[in-house]
Design a protein around this ligand. Structure first.
Ligand code: APR
Length: 263
């Protein structure tokens, strides 16, 4: 416990001293909201085969899309969850003037729901709370499509042009949103503190971001339950739960800023 307290002190010192803080999150920041992650024991990829979630498979046939929609519903990836203390602590860093942006691999919309402004959240893998028509490019709320599936529609199509509709999350084999990727890379290179929370850092190009930051001279903090391939690269590694770590760190940052009057 002593070691964790010391790490929390060092972590908050790094945030206080930083001018441009980028927070990079993975599925581990949302498990305390009840959303399973992918690679922990019992995670999504222990129940489903990622090979079944490819863009090509989704486009291949109505039958494949029917299976996709069923898996997405069962897998809990479309559920409307609530932010947890980790999301709220990150939003608090924004309110304290200590957040340049959030770069997230998550598609659950929870950073925005917790209060981080939309234009400060870069969603590298899209957003599962909205659906896109691949023909007319219109967007719809996911809950509208789930309602139709609940009422018996097995393979929902676009209510306007009857084109194929797909969750607006990036499937394996699908290109990441290029503009978002470029913006996230730029912010990673421009920051002086890069904080990773809840990611195995094994999926690229998202996992290039911490390396871009380090190469540009930023300090790197990795807060995660388990070790990652980039731990050796980090200024500080903290093993623990995101909700607990981020709440304690943000509390220390808040009290240090308010006592020094630099709000
Ligand atoms: N607090 C801190 N860390 C946690 C917590 C928690 N409460 N819960 C889980 N973790 C850690 C796990 O130990 C794991 O190292 O978060 C990490 C989650 O890793 P993954 O499940 O691999 O998720 P992520 O890194 O976001 O995956 C990246 O892979 O399948 C694709 O597109 C998918 O965006 C996803 C990408």
């Amino acid at each position: 416990m002593e070691k964790l307290n010391h790490s929390i002190d060092v972590f908050s010192d790094l945030i206080i001293a930083a001018k441009r803080v980028v927070v990079f999150t993975g599925a581990g920041v949302s498990t305390e909201s009840g959303i399973p992650d992918f690679r922990s024991p019992g995670g999504i990829w222990s129940k489903y085969d990622p090979e079944d979630f490819t863009y090509q498979k989704f486009l291949s046939s109505p039958e494949a899309r029917k299976i996709h929609w069923k898996m997405l519903g069962e897998g809990g990836l479309t559920a409307e969850a609530e932010p947890n203390p980790a999301h709220y602590a990150i939003a608090e860093l924004h309110r304290l003037g200590k957040l340049d942006c959030v770069i997230t691999q998550n598609v659950d919309n929870l950073h925005q729901k917790a209060g981080v402004p939309e234009d400060k959240v870069f969603e590298l893998h899209g957003n599962m709370q909205r659906v896109i028509c691949l023909s007319c490019q219109r967007h719809f709320p996911m809950k509208e499509i789930l309602q139709r599936i609940e009422e018996g529609t097995e393979v929902p199509d676009c209510p306007y042009c009857h084109g194929i509709v797909k969750p607006d999350a990036v499937f394996f084999g699908e290109a990441l949103p290029q503009e978002t990727l470029m913006e996230a890379s730029r912010h990673s290179r421009d920051c002086d503190l890069f904080i990773v929370i809840g990611s195995t850092l094994v999926v690229y190009p998202a996992a290039y971001m911490p390396t871009y930051a380090r190469e540009a001279g930023a300090k790197l903090v990795i807060a995660n339950l388990t070790s990652t391939p980039l731990d050796h690269y980090a200024t500080l590694v903290i093993h623990g739960k995101a909700g607990e770590i981020m709440s304690e760190v943000t509390e220390k940052v808040r009290s240090r800023i308010s006592s020094s009057g630099k709000m």
